[in-house]
Design a protein around this ligand. Structure first.
Ligand SMILES: C[S@@+](CC[C@H](N)C(=O)[O-])C[C@H]1O[C@@H](n2cnc3c(N)ncnc32)[C@H](O)[C@@H]1O
Length: 332
Protein backbone atom coordinates (compact mmCIF):
# COMPACT_ATOMS: atom_id res chain seq x y z
CA UNK A 1 0.00 0.00 0.00
CA UNK A 2 2.68 2.48 0.95
CA UNK A 3 4.29 4.23 -1.94
CA UNK A 4 7.53 5.84 -0.92
CA UNK A 5 7.26 9.18 -2.58
CA UNK A 6 10.81 10.11 -1.71
CA UNK A 7 11.97 7.67 -4.33
CA UNK A 8 9.14 7.88 -6.71
CA UNK A 9 9.40 9.82 -9.93
CA UNK A 10 6.20 11.54 -10.73
CA UNK A 11 4.95 13.63 -13.55
CA UNK A 12 4.96 17.22 -12.53
CA UNK A 13 1.89 19.32 -13.07
CA UNK A 14 3.00 22.78 -13.96
CA UNK A 15 -0.07 24.81 -13.64
CA UNK A 16 -0.06 28.47 -14.45
CA UNK A 17 -3.51 29.93 -14.85
CA UNK A 18 -4.84 28.51 -18.08
CA UNK A 19 -1.45 27.44 -19.36
CA UNK A 20 -0.81 23.92 -18.21
CA UNK A 21 1.93 21.53 -19.14
CA UNK A 22 2.60 18.17 -17.60
CA UNK A 23 5.75 17.10 -19.25
CA UNK A 24 8.39 17.67 -16.60
CA UNK A 25 9.32 15.08 -14.09
CA UNK A 26 10.33 15.68 -10.56
CA UNK A 27 11.68 13.70 -7.72
CA UNK A 28 9.01 14.41 -5.28
CA UNK A 29 11.04 14.48 -2.11
CA UNK A 30 8.40 17.05 -1.22
CA UNK A 31 9.24 18.79 2.01
CA UNK A 32 5.90 20.54 1.94
CA UNK A 33 4.03 20.54 5.22
CA UNK A 34 0.77 18.73 4.57
CA UNK A 35 -2.39 20.64 5.30
CA UNK A 36 -6.08 19.82 4.79
CA UNK A 37 -6.86 19.18 1.13
CA UNK A 38 -10.56 19.90 1.55
CA UNK A 39 -12.35 22.91 2.92
CA UNK A 40 -14.81 21.60 5.45
CA UNK A 41 -17.53 23.17 7.57
CA UNK A 42 -16.21 23.46 11.11
CA UNK A 43 -12.60 22.96 9.94
CA UNK A 44 -10.14 23.74 12.72
CA UNK A 45 -7.24 25.15 10.75
CA UNK A 46 -7.79 28.64 12.07
CA UNK A 47 -7.68 27.38 15.68
CA UNK A 48 -4.48 25.36 15.52
CA UNK A 49 -2.34 28.06 17.05
CA UNK A 50 -4.61 28.25 20.08
CA UNK A 51 -4.83 24.47 20.29
CA UNK A 52 -1.04 24.18 20.82
CA UNK A 53 -1.47 25.38 24.40
CA UNK A 54 -4.31 22.96 24.97
CA UNK A 55 -2.70 19.76 23.74
CA UNK A 56 -1.63 17.42 26.57
CA UNK A 57 1.92 17.77 27.92
CA UNK A 58 2.54 14.08 27.18
CA UNK A 59 2.07 14.83 23.47
CA UNK A 60 4.62 17.62 23.59
CA UNK A 61 6.96 15.31 25.52
CA UNK A 62 6.52 12.81 22.68
CA UNK A 63 5.16 10.16 25.00
CA UNK A 64 1.96 9.73 23.02
CA UNK A 65 2.30 7.42 20.05
CA UNK A 66 -1.29 6.93 18.92
CA UNK A 67 -3.79 9.53 17.82
CA UNK A 68 -7.54 9.13 17.24
CA UNK A 69 -9.77 11.55 15.41
CA UNK A 70 -13.31 10.13 15.14
CA UNK A 71 -14.83 13.23 13.49
CA UNK A 72 -12.16 13.66 10.87
CA UNK A 73 -13.60 16.24 8.42
CA UNK A 74 -10.65 17.99 6.80
CA UNK A 75 -8.32 16.59 9.47
CA UNK A 76 -6.70 19.90 10.45
CA UNK A 77 -5.72 18.64 13.90
CA UNK A 78 -4.46 15.32 12.58
CA UNK A 79 -2.14 16.99 10.06
CA UNK A 80 -0.87 19.33 12.76
CA UNK A 81 -0.22 16.65 15.36
CA UNK A 82 1.14 14.03 12.98
CA UNK A 83 3.81 16.39 11.70
CA UNK A 84 4.80 18.04 14.98
CA UNK A 85 4.93 15.19 17.44
CA UNK A 86 6.03 11.60 17.56
CA UNK A 87 2.85 9.89 16.43
CA UNK A 88 3.39 6.37 15.10
CA UNK A 89 -0.19 5.49 14.25
CA UNK A 90 -3.44 7.32 13.74
CA UNK A 91 -7.04 6.15 13.57
CA UNK A 92 -9.12 8.49 11.47
CA UNK A 93 -12.86 7.99 11.25
CA UNK A 94 -15.83 9.84 9.89
CA UNK A 95 -19.39 8.82 9.13
CA UNK A 96 -19.25 10.48 5.72
CA UNK A 97 -18.48 7.74 3.22
CA UNK A 98 -17.54 10.14 0.42
CA UNK A 99 -14.99 11.80 2.63
CA UNK A 100 -13.50 8.47 3.67
CA UNK A 101 -13.41 7.25 0.07
CA UNK A 102 -11.45 10.36 -0.90
CA UNK A 103 -8.95 10.02 1.97
CA UNK A 104 -8.34 6.40 1.05
CA UNK A 105 -7.60 7.27 -2.55
CA UNK A 106 -5.15 9.97 -1.45
CA UNK A 107 -3.56 7.45 0.88
CA UNK A 108 -3.24 4.62 -1.62
CA UNK A 109 -3.26 6.01 -5.17
CA UNK A 110 -2.39 9.66 -5.13
CA UNK A 111 -0.75 9.68 -8.55
CA UNK A 112 -3.88 8.28 -10.21
CA UNK A 113 -5.94 10.87 -8.40
CA UNK A 114 -3.59 13.61 -9.60
CA UNK A 115 -4.12 12.50 -13.19
CA UNK A 116 -7.85 13.13 -12.86
CA UNK A 117 -7.37 16.41 -11.01
CA UNK A 118 -4.91 17.62 -13.59
CA UNK A 119 -7.60 17.22 -16.26
CA UNK A 120 -10.18 19.00 -14.15
CA UNK A 121 -7.76 21.89 -13.67
CA UNK A 122 -6.96 22.10 -17.35
CA UNK A 123 -10.55 21.80 -18.56
CA UNK A 124 -12.12 24.16 -16.02
CA UNK A 125 -9.70 27.06 -15.95
CA UNK A 126 -10.03 27.83 -19.64
CA UNK A 127 -13.84 28.20 -19.50
CA UNK A 128 -15.70 31.49 -19.17
CA UNK A 129 -18.08 32.11 -16.30
CA UNK A 130 -21.18 30.64 -17.93
CA UNK A 131 -19.32 27.60 -19.20
CA UNK A 132 -17.86 27.04 -15.74
CA UNK A 133 -21.33 27.06 -14.25
CA UNK A 134 -22.53 24.49 -16.76
CA UNK A 135 -19.46 22.36 -16.18
CA UNK A 136 -19.93 22.52 -12.40
CA UNK A 137 -23.60 21.57 -12.50
CA UNK A 138 -22.89 18.71 -14.93
CA UNK A 139 -20.31 17.39 -12.51
CA UNK A 140 -22.61 17.86 -9.54
CA UNK A 141 -25.41 15.95 -11.31
CA UNK A 142 -23.17 13.11 -12.30
CA UNK A 143 -21.70 13.00 -8.78
CA UNK A 144 -25.18 12.69 -7.27
CA UNK A 145 -26.32 10.06 -9.78
CA UNK A 146 -23.16 7.98 -9.57
CA UNK A 147 -23.45 7.49 -5.84
CA UNK A 148 -25.82 4.58 -6.44
CA UNK A 149 -23.19 2.80 -8.52
CA UNK A 150 -20.36 3.06 -6.06
CA UNK A 151 -19.50 0.28 -3.69
CA UNK A 152 -18.27 2.27 -0.71
CA UNK A 153 -17.13 -0.76 1.19
CA UNK A 154 -14.81 -2.14 -1.49
CA UNK A 155 -11.83 -0.12 -2.65
CA UNK A 156 -11.62 -0.09 -6.45
CA UNK A 157 -10.48 1.96 -9.42
CA UNK A 158 -13.98 3.48 -9.55
CA UNK A 159 -12.99 5.38 -6.44
CA UNK A 160 -10.33 7.49 -8.22
CA UNK A 161 -12.65 9.58 -10.43
CA UNK A 162 -15.10 9.86 -7.55
CA UNK A 163 -12.46 11.25 -5.20
CA UNK A 164 -11.33 13.67 -7.92
CA UNK A 165 -14.90 14.78 -8.47
CA UNK A 166 -15.37 15.50 -4.77
CA UNK A 167 -12.18 17.55 -4.68
CA UNK A 168 -13.22 19.40 -7.85
CA UNK A 169 -16.66 20.23 -6.39
CA UNK A 170 -15.14 21.25 -3.06
CA UNK A 171 -12.68 23.59 -4.78
CA UNK A 172 -15.20 25.21 -7.09
CA UNK A 173 -18.46 25.33 -5.11
CA UNK A 174 -19.76 28.33 -3.22
CA UNK A 175 -17.64 28.97 -0.12
CA UNK A 176 -16.03 25.57 -0.57
CA UNK A 177 -18.78 24.18 1.62
CA UNK A 178 -19.50 20.47 1.38
CA UNK A 179 -23.20 20.26 2.01
CA UNK A 180 -25.71 17.50 1.38
CA UNK A 181 -29.49 17.44 1.66
CA UNK A 182 -31.50 14.80 3.52
CA UNK A 183 -31.35 12.50 0.47
CA UNK A 184 -27.59 12.64 0.60
CA UNK A 185 -27.28 14.77 -2.55
CA UNK A 186 -24.46 17.27 -2.74
CA UNK A 187 -26.30 20.57 -3.14
CA UNK A 188 -23.81 23.44 -2.78
CA UNK A 189 -24.13 25.90 -5.66
CA UNK A 190 -21.29 26.94 -7.93
CA UNK A 191 -18.73 29.38 -6.55
CA UNK A 192 -16.99 32.13 -8.46
CA UNK A 193 -13.32 31.72 -7.66
CA UNK A 194 -11.31 33.25 -10.49
CA UNK A 195 -8.43 30.86 -10.23
CA UNK A 196 -9.28 27.85 -8.07
CA UNK A 197 -6.44 25.41 -7.39
CA UNK A 198 -8.10 22.11 -8.16
CA UNK A 199 -4.93 20.10 -8.58
CA UNK A 200 -2.72 20.99 -5.61
CA UNK A 201 -0.08 18.40 -6.36
CA UNK A 202 2.50 19.39 -3.76
CA UNK A 203 0.06 19.33 -0.91
CA UNK A 204 -1.62 16.10 -2.02
CA UNK A 205 1.75 14.36 -2.20
CA UNK A 206 2.59 15.61 1.27
CA UNK A 207 -0.83 14.49 2.53
CA UNK A 208 -0.30 11.07 0.97
CA UNK A 209 2.93 10.71 2.86
CA UNK A 210 1.50 11.72 6.23
CA UNK A 211 -1.50 9.41 5.76
CA UNK A 212 0.74 6.35 5.66
CA UNK A 213 0.54 6.07 9.45
CA UNK A 214 -3.24 6.13 9.40
CA UNK A 215 -6.02 3.63 9.50
CA UNK A 216 -8.92 5.36 7.80
CA UNK A 217 -12.41 4.05 8.26
CA UNK A 218 -16.02 5.00 7.70
CA UNK A 219 -17.38 4.68 11.20
CA UNK A 220 -19.68 6.15 13.76
CA UNK A 221 -17.85 7.86 16.62
CA UNK A 222 -19.04 5.19 19.05
CA UNK A 223 -16.75 2.72 17.33
CA UNK A 224 -13.72 4.46 18.74
CA UNK A 225 -14.21 2.44 21.91
CA UNK A 226 -13.45 -0.78 20.13
CA UNK A 227 -10.12 0.35 18.69
CA UNK A 228 -8.28 1.91 21.60
CA UNK A 229 -4.63 1.61 22.54
CA UNK A 230 -2.68 2.76 25.52
CA UNK A 231 -0.67 5.97 25.23
CA UNK A 232 -3.45 7.40 23.09
CA UNK A 233 -4.74 10.89 22.56
CA UNK A 234 -8.24 11.39 21.16
CA UNK A 235 -9.51 14.60 19.63
CA UNK A 236 -13.30 14.84 19.21
CA UNK A 237 -14.71 17.51 16.95
CA UNK A 238 -18.39 16.63 16.49
CA UNK A 239 -20.88 18.62 14.43
CA UNK A 240 -21.92 21.73 16.28
CA UNK A 241 -24.62 21.37 18.82
CA UNK A 242 -27.92 22.52 17.32
CA UNK A 243 -29.40 25.72 18.66
CA UNK A 244 -32.69 24.08 19.63
CA UNK A 245 -33.42 20.60 20.96
CA UNK A 246 -35.40 19.64 17.88
CA UNK A 247 -32.90 20.89 15.31
CA UNK A 248 -29.98 18.78 14.15
CA UNK A 249 -26.86 19.53 12.20
CA UNK A 250 -26.75 17.28 9.18
CA UNK A 251 -25.07 19.26 6.44
CA UNK A 252 -22.09 16.86 6.36
CA UNK A 253 -23.98 13.71 5.60
CA UNK A 254 -27.47 12.31 5.51
CA UNK A 255 -27.04 11.22 9.14
CA UNK A 256 -28.20 13.85 11.57
CA UNK A 257 -26.26 14.64 14.73
CA UNK A 258 -28.82 15.68 17.24
CA UNK A 259 -29.07 16.65 20.89
CA UNK A 260 -29.06 13.01 22.04
CA UNK A 261 -25.84 12.29 20.15
CA UNK A 262 -24.15 15.22 21.90
CA UNK A 263 -25.21 13.68 25.20
CA UNK A 264 -24.06 10.19 24.14
CA UNK A 265 -20.71 11.61 23.14
CA UNK A 266 -20.35 13.16 26.60
CA UNK A 267 -21.05 9.74 28.19
CA UNK A 268 -18.43 8.16 25.96
CA UNK A 269 -15.96 10.88 26.96
CA UNK A 270 -16.61 10.10 30.62
CA UNK A 271 -16.23 6.37 30.04
CA UNK A 272 -12.94 6.78 28.18
CA UNK A 273 -11.69 9.13 30.89
CA UNK A 274 -12.10 6.28 33.33
CA UNK A 275 -10.05 4.07 31.01
CA UNK A 276 -7.18 6.56 31.17
CA UNK A 277 -7.38 8.10 27.70
CA UNK A 278 -6.23 11.65 27.14
CA UNK A 279 -8.94 13.58 25.34
CA UNK A 280 -9.74 16.96 23.90
CA UNK A 281 -13.12 17.92 22.46
CA UNK A 282 -14.37 21.08 20.77
CA UNK A 283 -17.77 22.50 19.97
CA UNK A 284 -19.37 25.86 19.39
CA UNK A 285 -20.10 27.79 22.56
CA UNK A 286 -23.85 28.05 23.18
CA UNK A 287 -23.13 31.13 25.26
CA UNK A 288 -22.52 32.92 21.95
CA UNK A 289 -26.31 33.00 21.66
CA UNK A 290 -27.46 32.61 25.25
CA UNK A 291 -25.13 33.45 28.16
CA UNK A 292 -27.31 31.33 30.46
CA UNK A 293 -26.99 28.18 28.39
CA UNK A 294 -24.94 25.75 30.51
CA UNK A 295 -25.39 22.67 28.35
CA UNK A 296 -21.69 21.81 28.06
CA UNK A 297 -20.91 22.75 31.68
CA UNK A 298 -23.56 20.21 32.64
CA UNK A 299 -22.69 17.32 30.35
CA UNK A 300 -18.91 17.79 30.82
CA UNK A 301 -19.16 18.53 34.51
CA UNK A 302 -15.83 17.84 36.25
CA UNK A 303 -13.69 18.36 33.12
CA UNK A 304 -11.80 21.49 32.08
CA UNK A 305 -13.62 23.83 29.73
CA UNK A 306 -11.66 26.57 27.97
CA UNK A 307 -13.15 29.15 25.60
CA UNK A 308 -11.18 30.18 22.56
CA UNK A 309 -12.11 32.94 20.13
CA UNK A 310 -12.82 31.74 16.61
CA UNK A 311 -14.20 33.11 13.39
CA UNK A 312 -17.29 31.55 11.93
CA UNK A 313 -15.82 31.08 8.50
CA UNK A 314 -18.63 29.47 6.58
CA UNK A 315 -21.76 31.52 6.43
CA UNK A 316 -23.44 32.61 3.25
CA UNK A 317 -24.13 35.96 4.93
CA UNK A 318 -20.74 37.65 5.31
CA UNK A 319 -22.14 39.84 8.14
CA UNK A 320 -22.56 36.73 10.24
CA UNK A 321 -18.94 35.70 9.95
CA UNK A 322 -17.88 37.63 13.06
CA UNK A 323 -15.95 36.48 16.15
CA UNK A 324 -17.52 33.77 18.28
CA UNK A 325 -16.16 31.44 20.95
CA UNK A 326 -15.53 27.75 20.66
CA UNK A 327 -15.33 25.61 23.75
CA UNK A 328 -12.54 23.12 24.29
CA UNK A 329 -13.06 20.36 26.85
CA UNK A 330 -10.06 18.44 28.15
CA UNK A 331 -9.73 15.71 30.76
CA UNK A 332 -6.18 16.68 31.72
C1 LIG B 1 -16.94 19.68 12.82
S1 LIG B 1 -16.63 18.47 11.57
C2 LIG B 1 -14.99 18.03 11.89
C3 LIG B 1 -14.07 19.07 11.34
C4 LIG B 1 -12.59 18.72 11.46
N1 LIG B 1 -12.11 18.78 12.81
C5 LIG B 1 -11.77 19.66 10.57
O1 LIG B 1 -10.82 20.29 11.03
O2 LIG B 1 -12.14 19.76 9.39
C6 LIG B 1 -17.56 17.09 12.11
C7 LIG B 1 -17.39 15.82 11.28
O3 LIG B 1 -18.10 14.77 11.96
C8 LIG B 1 -18.65 13.88 11.00
N2 LIG B 1 -19.74 13.15 11.66
C9 LIG B 1 -21.05 13.51 11.81
N3 LIG B 1 -21.72 12.60 12.53
C10 LIG B 1 -20.82 11.62 12.86
C11 LIG B 1 -20.89 10.40 13.60
N4 LIG B 1 -22.03 9.98 14.16
N5 LIG B 1 -19.76 9.65 13.75
C12 LIG B 1 -18.59 10.06 13.16
N6 LIG B 1 -18.46 11.21 12.43
C13 LIG B 1 -19.56 11.98 12.29
C14 LIG B 1 -19.07 14.78 9.87
O4 LIG B 1 -19.15 14.06 8.67
C15 LIG B 1 -17.96 15.86 9.88
O5 LIG B 1 -16.95 15.55 8.96
Amino acid sequence: MNTDLNNMTLKKNKIKNDNISRDETLHSSNNTVAHPFLKWAGGKRQLLEKFQELYPTQLKQKKIKTFYEPFLGSGAVFFDIAQKFDIKSAYLYDINEELILTYKVVQKDVSKLLDFLYHYQKDYIKLDKKERQNFFYDQRNSYNLQRFNINYSKYSEHWFPRAAQLIFLNRTCFNGLYRVNSKGEFNSPVGDYVNPVICDEKNLLAVHKVLQIAEIKKADFKQVVTDLNEQSFIYFDPPYRPISKTASFNAYSKHAFDHNEQVELASLFRKLDQQGMLMMLSNSDPKNNDPNDNFFEEIYNGFNITRVPAKRMINSDSNKRGAINEIVVTNY
